[in-house]
Design a protein around this ligand. Structure first.
Ligand code: AMP
Ligand code: GLY
Length: 446
């Protein structure tokens, strides 16, 4: 009782509002821009007392306690959650989900946000996702799956190009190759299936139809039965302006998406979300967590490119600054199967996120470069600087990864948000910094 009273007092003083329930300790798993945005948003909840981030970055260190456990060390993470009486764990990246972190935590009655290993196969096995979509007639690219490289190589003889070749398993976003001719297709098949360039992830592959259109990212909080959609967003996957260069983890994002509308949303819900969840139920799989279908908006409507079983990066950095509702009750309702009784409130303003990357990214890059201008660039009302690959070294913030920062600005229009984001970017400096100059440009009219 005494502890609870003290807790609610500290909540009132820190957040300026009265919260009489038990204050929570939250653990966020991961160390990128998405996780900094999650920590930033969760920290605003009057229900949260303390946040840990494993392993975190310099941005999370400034507002939470970093814990030196890698996101894939699911056993140590469970031990940490137990020892520290963590009330809620939120999983950022895909690999711990595929390793079964949610099953492990559930077995120990530790509350965790994310799908089980079986449900996370939607992302960790492209073949599982394809088969489910086929069974439920969910619109997606026509595809064939192969576990024998000779069959895949033979199949190339009868194809029209381009085609898309995908490793079945998780490959750090690099397991998708768009082959513009037969030679490229064969090289990709050999690399994945014979040279094992993605390890086990490429043992089986999918060869699919190349879809034309524009991409859109939808995020849904799925509670096992019902779901709530978050606002739409768009990602920029290629490294350079004009969608040139290699694929990356994402060089920027904006929300709302300019290629989305209520009619597409209705089609998406009736032809994709509902049949998909129905298909999972038939398989005996209850999906609880964030489901983010990556869509191609084609002339025939939305078609699924892939499913992600976690928040998008950098979409999260664009979405969460627009989210007015407290995130904690939404995550809890997703776990408890009560998301249908929650409304989600959004800031009407648009957001634009620009990613600042190290020279060489997504290839080889150097780290340890001093970052300046962070304080000057931030503006709590309209500009958030989310850290990704950063760390504190001798009291200074230095680069520690490929994607270094995600700068998000809000504005009355995409154009206004975009101008504000680039203004903030212009005062941040580090050796070799590169970023796209055309994030959200297609949506910045008027
Ligand atoms: P994925 O990891 O499956 O989302 O693929 C990464 C990126 O490859 C997507 O964001 C698209 O830009 C592209 N892509 C994947 N599948 C296709 C497809 N069937 N047609 C065209 N582009 C695709
Ligand atoms: N934004 C792409 C991803 O999170 O997979």
């Amino acid at each position: 009782m005494k502890a609870a009273r003290l807790d609610s007092k500290s909540s009132r003083s820190r957040h300026g509002c009265l919260y009489s329930g038990k204050l929570m300790k939250v653990l966020v798993i991961g160390g990128g821009g998405r996780e900094h945005a999650l920590v930033w948003k969760l920290k605003q909840s009057p229900t949260v007392d303390r946040i840990f981030c494993a392993p975190g970055n310099a941005g999370t260190a400034a507002i939470a306690d970093n814990v030196a456990i890698p996101a894939t060390d699911v056993i140590q993470l469970r031990a940490f959650a137990k020892q520290n009486a963590i009330d809620l764990t939120v999983v950022g990246p895909d690999d711990p989900l595929a390793l079964g972190i949610v099953d492990l935590f559930n077995a120990d009655r530790l509350r965790i946000f994310g799908p089980t290993k079986a449900a996370a196969r939607l992302e960790s096995s492209k073949i599982f996702a394809k088969e489910l979509m086929r069974a439920q007639k969910v619109p997606t690219a026509e595809a064939q799956t192969f576990s024998d490289s000779n069959h895949a190589l033979d199949y190339c003889e009868q194809l029209k190009f381009p085609v898309v070749i995908k490793a079945d398993g998780l490959a750090l976003g690099k397991g998708v190759i768009i082959a513009s001719d037969r030679a490229e297709a064969k090289t990709a098949i050999n690399a994945m299936m014979n040279e094992m360039s993605f390890g086990d992830a490429g043992r089986r592959i999918v060869i699919e139809e190349f879809l034309r259109g524009t991409e859109c990212s939808l995020h849904a909080l799925v509670d096992g039965k019902n779901y709530r959609l978050l606002e739409s967003a768009r990602d920029h996957k290629r490294a350079f302006d004009g969608d040139e260069g290699p694929n990356t983890g994402g060089m920027g994002a904006f929300s709302p998406a300019n290629n989305w509308n209520p009619q597409l949303q209705t089609t998406f819900e009736t032809t994709i979300m509902q049949p998909l969840l129905e298909g999972l139920r038939k398989e005996g799989v209850a999906y609880r967590g964030l489901l983010y279908p990556g869509l191609m908006i084609t002339g025939d409507g939305p078609r699924v490119l892939e499913f992600n079983c976690r928040f998008g990066d950098p979409e999260t950095q664009a979405l969460l600054p627009r989210l007015k509702s407290d995130l904690v009750p939404l995550l809890e309702a997703t776990i408890d199967g009560t998301i249908d009784i929650h409304a989600i409130e959004w800031d009407e303003r648009a957001s634009v996120t620009v990613v600042l990357a190290s020279a060489g990214y997504p290839g080889k890059y150097e780290t340890g470069k001093k970052i300046s201008g962070l304080g000057e660039a931030a503006n709590p009302e309209a500009v958030q600087i989310f850290h990704a690959g950063t760390k504190v070294d001798n009291g200074e913030v230095v680069t520690a990864g490929g994607r270094v920062l995600a700068v998000t600005a809000l504005g009355s229009t995409i154009k206004a948000a975009r101008e504000r984001a680039y203004e903030a970017v212009s005062v941040i400096r580090f050796d070799g910094c590169h970023y796209r100059r055309d994030i959200a440009l297609s949506a910045a009219t008027g």
